[in-house]
Write a protein that binds this ligand. Sequence first.
Ligand code: AQP
Length: 334
Amino acid sequence: MENNDKQKVIFSGIQPSGVFTLGNYLGAIVNWNKLQHDHDCFYCIVDLHAMTVRTEPKDLRKRTKDSFALLLACGLDPDDNTIYVQSHVSAHAELAWILNCYTYMGELGRMTQFKEKSQRHNENINVGLFAYPSLMAADILLYQTNLVPVGADQKQHIELARDVANRFNSIYGDIFTIPDGFIPKEGARIMSLQEPSCKMSKSDDNINAYISLVDPIDVIVRKFKRAVTDSEGSIRFSPDKPGVSNLMNIYCAATGSTIEKMEADFSGKGYKELKEEVAESVVEVIRPIQEEFAKISADKGYLEGIMKKNAEKAAYRASRTLSKVKKKIGLLPR
Ligand code: AQP
């Protein structure tokens, strides 16, 4: 890693589901871990984003705490990074409002996630769901972020953040750093185990479609056993074999193997063995996370202390950008 990478700012967020999926882990958190000691990292539990879908207040509180504990259990170091809860830093909501005024309806209407989520939640297509990418742009731009490690599904939102930042900079000068997405090669898109043409998602109605980091080990093994494959019987990576290819992708992301090596190692084996070995590779990754999660969750004082300290670090950094923005656009100082 080059020396100047130490100066690079990383921002990434995750929803407070309390039950991160294997997709969240392999698509995002694995990369957060890799980047954490050589960069200036901001990792955020995006509870304001979560409000675009109706949630019980009690549940949201519990899930936010569990998500925070899970991030630590996944190996993120709260002394070397800034790991915090979005609503603890009010600058996110303030900058989001300002950016809303520099973002066009047409741009937001084109977002695939908005289209998909408004179909899934057609009883509650709220303005927050529509403006979600402006809040995400604010999250990123507040910290003068260079790189945003995300799964492939977030590429369009990063593009929008770049467009809005460029638009703002072209009017007011160099206010925002223009961020780049950082999308992993393996694990970028983990698909549903039941419908491998769709991404693995925690809100899937079919719980067999996704692996949660807090699923009991026997449940994980069972979910892989039930994973959809095909009738061909050969273990090779191909677009016309989405189920098998997804399992291969998961195995490679979990073990660090490559598709070529895997095809050679698994030649002559059947789907039963494939599923067993993929399950085993995933269990090996998840088991220590679960053990750590249990320990960390039991220590409430420790968790709350870290949460507060990190929110203060984030608020300080965010306030620097927000003040600059407010001044430039003509808002009076207090
Ligand atoms: N299936 C996936 N494969 C690879 N990466 C994924 N990510 C999510 N699902 C996959 C990445 O995880 C990070 C945090 O995502 P999020 O908290 O914003 O959740 P999401 O993308 O909305 O995930 P879900 O599970 O699909 O949520 P719902 O069900 O609410 O729509 C991001 O970097 C994302 O790329």
